[in-house]
Write a protein that binds this ligand. Structure first.
Ligand SMILES: C[S@@+](CC[C@H](N)C(=O)[O-])C[C@H]1O[C@@H](n2cnc3c(N)ncnc32)[C@H](O)[C@@H]1O
Length: 257
């Protein structure tokens, strides 16, 4: 049974996690370095053409701020970057003021702020919002704080894709992907039904080769899931295969003009 039922429980869970693994350890958020790099790279490639000098970007649930640092480095102009993070056990590893760092609740921030953002980004944060209604509420609050041509970019774990990923694992006798009990995978259909009229919604299906090799074939052969092995570095450099192996996708909601 889940021990994380409220936002206070969730904060406690993340505070403990970040403290146990070292406040600057990116492994507190995701153990697999290659996965994290591919995730950040794909998100930046996707939103880069949409951004110009001075645009405001919000990362909701920014952890240590790795994504915002990578984004600042990837563009040749200044952006107005904001990161909000619930857990005060996180720290910015490079306190050079690359972004405005706010410790607090993303929902409260979005309700209170008068700022507008060209992009609001999440990286495995929406799956932490405790239930599907709150996930939709987050998109609702975010939509109100977007510029007229704003995008919401969600790098998240999706339910139907998790089921199909686990079905492939089952065929090889590999146990379902272990996810923390408080995680609520995102229901793509529900978001499309709720926001399909207001936004053009596209989904990037990526990480397929990587997930196939590291999360299906490797655990079958090794008898356990491991991270950061030589095979992971190898897999991270391979091109994409046919879709359907990765439960992690990038959903982009572009406001219809
Ligand atoms: C899986 S971690 C991802 C962190 C970061 N995005 C990354 O990819 O490294 C989820 C993060 O969301 C944060 N979070 C969860 N609920 C939040 C909320 N309501 N407001 C702000 N941050 C929240 C957690 O504290 C945690 O740091």
């Amino acid at each position: 049974m889940s021990v994380v039922k409220s936002r206070a429980d969730l904060k406690e869970w993340w505070d403990r996690r970040y403290s146990e693994l070292g406040s600057l350890s990116f492994e507190a958020s995701v153990r697999d370095r290659n996965f994290n790099r591919l995730e950040i790279t794909r998100a930046i490639e996707t939103m880069r053409p949409h951004l110009s000098a001075g645009d405001a970007v919000l990362d909701a649930g920014c952890g240590h701020g790795a994504f915002l640092h990578a984004l600042a480095e990837a563009v040749p102009f200044d952006l107005d970057l904001v990161g909000i993070e619930l857990s005060d056990a996180t720290k910015d590893p490079d306190e050079t003021g690359v972004y405005i760092r706010i410790i607090g609740d993303a929902f409260e921030f979005l309700r209170a702020t008068e700022r507008r953002f060209k992009v609001v980004y999440t990286q495995r944060s929406v799956i932490n919002f405790l239930n599907e209604d709150r996930q939709l509420e987050f998109i609702h609050l975010t939509a109100r704080r977007l510029t007229d041509d704003g995008w919401i970019v969600l790098s998240e774990l999706f339910r139907a894709d998790l089921d199909s990923h686990n079905a492939y694992r089952a065929k090889l006798g590999v146990e379902p992907l272990g996810i923390q009990k408080h995680i609520v995978p995102v229901d793509e259909d529900r978001i499309r039904a709720a926001y399909g009229e207001e936004f053009d919604i596209t989904v990037c299906d990526y990480l397929n080769t990587y997930m196939l090799i590291t999360h299906i074939v490797y655990p079958h052969l090794a008898g356990k899931l491991e991270h950061n092995q030589p095979i992971h570095d190898f897999a991270a450099g391979l091109p994409e295969t046919v879709p359907g192996f990765s439960p992690y996708k990038l959903m982009v909601l572009k406001r219809k003009t």
